[in-house]
Design a protein around this ligand. Structure first.
Ligand SMILES: [Zn+2]
Length: 663
């Protein structure tokens, strides 16, 4: 196998940050770039394996958004393959980043340490970081050297020197010397052909035009020529340059062209919003949503997609890297999305009525993201006399990306104006890793403060990032309230937790909130919210978070209009549900029955049920909806959705058959 570099992610709505994978001759893998939200899901979509992963190298400035896909990825990875070091070009920041994860990785300690890539060298590659600064902001780029490998073993030469076929061939080809039966010592270099020319690749992470200028002034040749320990001097030939460009960078600038001109023989690959098409890269999810739209068209909006605005300018060469996520011009990208249809500003405005409450299930899977289900997040949108207002129940990794994909750039802006509160049920990583990105975008779009309701640890985590990167997180514009403060009654609560809260916080919320402890992990919560509607009615919505069935919760949220309950497992996996402190589908329905809920939305399904869990032999106490990612559930439409469940099962079965057939 030849060493190869594959583009893993590029700047689009699903991931937003660029990364590449280097695979060596013997299958060792190294990741370079920014691991933003959606990184892990992108690997799943493209069946990129993480076995033999030998290094992660973080380029760029290590803003939260550039590394927010990393902790979720490492937590999933830890079950099969532990990584012990993270190579951050910015060593000190890498160290602090890893320290900040302690607020949610206590269940699965990662035992990680930061390492400086300036000294990285193993038997396959050496990596040197180059830190470029502009206006006080540093960004790390990398010079990657594939170390020369031994030439091909030549049987004819070995024979001529009297080496007998068999074990001695193996020793020589793996670099050991041998002694022939005639007593002649044969060295490996005597029996191999010439080594392949070593190859060198630059990863240039240039977030601003200032960084481009710094890179154009940098003495790359001096650094490339420098002889390092144990290395012979190589010529300065660079075979490939990957440019990870920030959105403000001018891809036609003279500075950028001058870097490229220095290496006329190199291949140049550019990742920039203007050159990377924004097609939906999660094509499997798209197929599922297209199929669902045949049955429940009003509830499954078509996602937003956009072509790249410009073609790649010379001297950059448009190269098709892989089918979907390559840095390529739009016409060379193969995609299944909405074939034959016009570029669209999507249509869910039709589905979001301003006259009644709507639940939008953004992420409906548990633990790690899969092709069909992202991690937890649910939007609840409620009409007011003055437009709509909305709240996010949990904010798993990629929640903001999903909003962008559903509503397009303009629609996302509208949603950010409507959302005034984010509620985090507990500190498991699949429920909050999208929060800090969401806060930053929310703050950029709004003037006031965002209400954040959650366990105390979520605020500590946000504070840790504020001290790492004050531009990423501004706690001054966050009204944080510990969910412990809203606990009502005894239940699982601590009796003296009924603390006095400043009344203005309650007034700011604009709804009343009551919580009880969930039966899940320490400091996990279930809640009920009451909204006053313009017609004088009250809209009561209950959210379980992750929990075993809980009778206190059923009492607390009695007669709610909508219960959103986790239903991680099918009924036959009750033992798993008990062991992991989750609920089965029938248990969740049972809570709905005890609660006398008018409608039930089931979500947070185990990734064992990638599309739909079994819906046979269930008793529904109220109209019930099985959530899918991106579903719009108007409260008045719940009964119709439940009646469609048979047709949905059929459509999914057909999709399964098609997929089987294409294998
Ligand atoms: Zn959990």
């Amino acid at each position: 196998m030849q060493p190869a570099i594959t583009v893993l992610t590029h700047s689009c709505s699903d991931v937003r940050h660029p990364s590449v994978l280097l695979q060596t001759k013997d299958g060792k893998r190294y990741i370079f770039g920014q691991l933003g939200e959606g990184f892990q899901r992108s690997l799943v979509q493209h069946k990129t394996k993480s076995t033999k992963l030998s290094g992660i190298f973080l380029s760029g400035s290590l803003r939260w958004s550039q590394v927010s896909g990393l902790p979720g990825y490492l937590l999933s990875l830890a079950e099969v393959h532990k990584i012990s070091e993270i190579h951050g070009g910015l060593y000190e920041k890498t160290n602090r980043m890893i320290a900040s994860w302690k607020h949610f990785t206590f269940h699965t300690p990662l035992d990680l340490s930061p390492a400086s890539p300036s000294s990285f060298r193993d038997e396959n590659i050496s990596v040197e970081s180059v830190i470029l600064g502009s206006n006080g902001s540093e960004s790390a780029s990398f010079i990657v050297q594939l170390l020369p490998s031994r030439g091909k073993f030549l049987v004819s030469k070995a024979k001529a020197l009297g080496v007998p076929a068999g074990a001695m061939y193996g020793k020589l080809s793996s670099g050991e010397s041998v002694v022939t039966p005639e007593g002649r010592k044969v060295e490996p270099h005597e029996v191999v052909g010439p080594s392949p020319t070593p190859c060198r690749v630059l990863i240039l992470d240039l977030p601003t035009q200032g960084h481009v200028q710094a890179a154009s002034n940098h003495k790359w040749d001096l650094q490339l020529k420098r002889k390092r320990d144990g290395e012979s001097e190589y010529d300065v030939n660079v075979s490939g340059i990957y440019y990870f460009l920030g959105s403000d960078v001018n891809v036609n600038s003279a500075d950028l062209a001058s870097i490229a001109a220095k290496y006329p023989n190199a291949h140049h690959f550019v990742s920039h919003p203007s050159t990377s098409p924004d097609y939906m890269t999660l094509t499997k999810l798209l197929k599922l949503q297209n199929a669902l739209r045949q049955v429940i068209p009003d509830s499954v909006p078509r996602p937003y997609e956009a072509k790249a605005q410009a073609l790649l300018p010379a001297p950059f060469i448009p190269v098709k890297q892989n089918d979907v996520t390559g840095y390529a011009t739009s016409d060379s990208v193969k995609y299944v999305a909405n074939e034959g249809e016009e570029e669209n500003e999507c249509s869910p405005k039709n589905n979001l009525k301003d006259t009644e409450p709507t639940v939008v299930t953004l992420g409906t899977g548990s633990s790690a993201p899969s092709n069909y289900r992202n991690v937890s997040s649910t939007l609840v949108r409620v009409p007011t006399t003055n437009g709509a207002r909305a709240l996010l129940f949990d904010c798993g990794e990629g929640a903001l990306n999903t909003l962008k994909r559903l509503y397009g750039p303009d629609g996302l802006r509208k949603r950010l104006h409507e959302i005034d509160t984010v509620y985090i049920s507990h500190m498991h990583a699949d429920h909050h890793l999208g929060l800090l990105t969401f806060i930053r975008h929310w703050q950029a779009e709004n003037k006031g403060s965002l209400n954040l309701l959650g366990p105390a640890a979520i605020y500590k985590f946000a504070s840790a990032w504020e001290s790492i990167d004050v531009e990423e997180v501004d706690l001054n514009r966050l009204n944080f309230v510990d969910l412990e403060s809203f606990i009502v009654g005894s239940g699982y609560s601590n009796k003296d937790s009924d603390r006095n809260l400043p009344t203005e916080i309650f007034q700011n919320l604009g709804f009343s909130l009551q919580t009880c402890r969930a039966v899940h992990c320490d400091r996990s919560y279930s809640c009920v919210l009451d909204y006053d509607l313009p017609d004088g009615e009250t809209f009561r919505v209950a959210y379980s978070g992750d929990t075993r069935p809980n009778k206190y919760f059923a009492q607390l949220a009695r007669n709610c209009n909508v219960l959103i309950h986790e239903a991680t497992h099918e009924d036959e996996l009750l033992d798993d549900a008990i062991a992991k402190r989750h609920s089965t589908i029938s248990e969740a329905l049972g809570v709905g029955r005890d609660m006398m809920a008018e409608n039930i939305v089931l979500t947070h399904f185990s990734q064992r049920y990638p599309r739909l869990a079994s819906v046979q032999n269930l008793n529904f106490p109220a109209p019930t909806c099985f959530a899918f990612d991106g579903l719009h559930i108007a409260v008045s439409g719940m009964r119709k959705l439940q009646e469609s469940i048979g047709a949905i099962s059929d459509v999914i079965a057909r999709l399964d058959l098609e997929e089987e057939g294409s294998k």
